[in-house]
Design a protein around this ligand. Sequence first.
Ligand SMILES: N[C@@H](CCC(=O)N[C@@H](CS)C(=O)NCC(=O)O)C(=O)O
Length: 221
Amino acid sequence: MKFFSFWRSLASFRVRIALSLKNVPAEIVFVDLDANAHRADDYRRINPQMALPALVENDGTVLFQSLAILEYLEEKHPEPPLLPADPLGRARVRALALMVACEGHPLLVPRVRQYLDHELNLRDTQQAAWRRHWTVETLAALEGHLAGHKATGQFCHGDQPTFADICMVGHVSIALTQQIKLSPWPTVRRIHETAMALPAFAKAHPLAQPDTPEAMRPKAT
Ligand SMILES: N[C@@H](CCC(=O)N[C@@H](CS)C(=O)NCC(=O)O)C(=O)O
């Protein structure tokens, strides 16, 4: 399989975590969003939406949209399960994942940011306010659903990671990039710490990728 990824892409981060948890090997093809490589013909032929990630199966079938890819991996490689066994649990996990992947994240992707910048001519401070607003809204909504819910455990749902944690950690990473302190959302913060302590999550982190710019990597202390 070929996996088209970019270090900073949060949708790619989700698929990296799932590939790693399920121990599925894939050859990584780096697509530099900053150089607009996702808009070049080579990648456009793979995903006409010009968005990352994409996963190309050995027979050439192209999978796109990170949650559809997660569902595919879950069906093809059921162990370890990343969805609960019961229908109500699956609905909750998918809903938490969708809050990030279909509500919060789309407002922060490069094409939206470029539109705010180039077409609407918003100042840097206005663009930063936009990013912060939608990041915080999603954190607050996640906390509202997670805090005190009987199904919330060490992770978003029970004591094993699921799609919900996979999506949530990316959202928290974008909050941290914006220097947003997590103290108003203690359940989100706790689960983020628990998840990021797992090697599959840690090694999938945007700042730990082969294509992460050297200047962005955490410095050894
Ligand atoms: N809903 C899509 C989001 C895809 C997406 O927007 N990916 C970003 C990177 S995280 C991208 O490639 N953006 C390119 C752009 O906005 O021009 C998914 O979950 O796969």
